[in-house]
Design a protein around this ligand. Structure first.
Ligand SMILES: [Zn+2]
Length: 323
């Protein structure tokens, strides 16, 4: 059982957003038998260790857009004569595998790097990608968080700032449009959602949308209250994603199977709304978190969504915190 879980973690990529403290403790138990969670508080080091060993899978979409899977969040790459635009940077220690994957997509240099939000498993790779000289583009709150130590309370962890050269320098507050390799690329701020720094990246001509971590495909999402995330903001972002997509749109989620569609996005949104309703009703009755967790307000969804590392009780707590 433990080995199965470990295999699952490795196969899907061992990412920061996906790990709860209890699960991290469990994973630590697998990787370091006999160690307590306190002793393995170097969990980020474990994540990095897993990333060093995880191969990068390439999924080719349309219009010279591909997804790279295996270094933290799902990474999108638009390749063409104007250079490569990379959406999210993954975890820095994946550099050798990422370099191989980027080369396989063509010899063009990386000219643009976009961070969908500030989290480690989406921006840590800035530390090496910046050496290639791209413009680094993000929401202004992403730079703010990456430039200072961030405490993520649900992780009991302080994230150190990125080096100055790895920080995004092309910043925006609401919207920004680029034109590269035959397509408009629309960057759009969600408002407070998974964090307070989330943006979508739309390849308009190819009808492809990268949602960052506002969409987790088939798995309960992390919600980072430490930097402005909330369940209601997550639902608003899911609605915004539905509003700008059709059945033809290829949707790249932040986590989970990386080539997705509107049906799966709608399932995700409906799951968020239903569980929010269940938890809010119980909290309104004055029930404690412990009682609400024991009542299993996620039960109808656990078989499908609760099989990854945000388990039903952690997801219940993340929703409870925001209703
Ligand atoms: Zn995230």
């Amino acid at each position: 059982m433990a080995l199965q879980r470990r295999h699952r973690l490795s196969r899907r990529g061992f990412c920061l957003c996906c790990l709860s403290a209890p699960v991290a403790a469990a994973a630590g138990g697998v990787l370091m038998p006999g160690k307590s969670f306190a002793e393995i508080l170097g969990i980020v080091e474990l994540i990095k260790y897993e990333a060093t060993r995880t191969p990068i899978a390439i999924h080719r979409l349309r219009g010279n857009v591909a997804v790279l899977e295996g270094s933290g969040g799902n990474v999108a790459v638009l390749t063409g004569p104007d250079g490569k635009l990379v959406v999210d940077a993954g975890i820095a220690v994946s550099r050798p595998q990422m370099e191989t994957a980027l080369s396989a997509l063509g010899p063009e240099p990386v000219t643009h790097l976009v961070n969908t939000h500030w989290h480690f498993d989406h921006a840590d790779g800035n530390e090496w990608l910046h050496e290639l000289g791209p413009e680094i583009i993000a929401h202004e709150n992403t730079r703010k968080h990456l430039a200072a130590t961030q405490r993520v309370a649900d992780w009991y962890y302080d994230f150190r700032p990125l080096s100055e050269a790895a920080l995004p320098t092309v910043l925006f507050a609401d919207k920004k449009t680029l034109k590269l390799n035959g397509t408009l690329i629309d960057l759009s701020y969600y408002g407070n959602a998974h964090t307070d720094s989330d943006i979508s990246v739309s390849f308009s001509e190819f009808d492809i949308l990268h949602t960052g971590d506002t969409f987790w495909n088939g798995i309960y999402p992390f919600i980072d209250y430490s930097t402005g995330g909330s369940i209601d903001g997550s639902i608003r972002a899911a609605d915004a994603n539905l509003a700008v997509t059709t059945d033809h749109t290829i949707i790249i989620p932040g986590h989970g199977q990386p080539v997705s569609n509107r049906t799966q996005l709608r399932d995700f949104r409906d799951m968020l709304v239903a569980i929010r309703g269940n938890v809010a009703a119980l909290k309104k009755q004055g029930q404690s978190l412990e009682a609400i967790t024991a009542a299993k307000p996620t039960a109808a969804f656990d078989d499908k969504w609760g099989r990854f590392v945000i388990d039903p009780s952690l997801f219940t707590r993340l929703v409870y915190e925001g209703v």
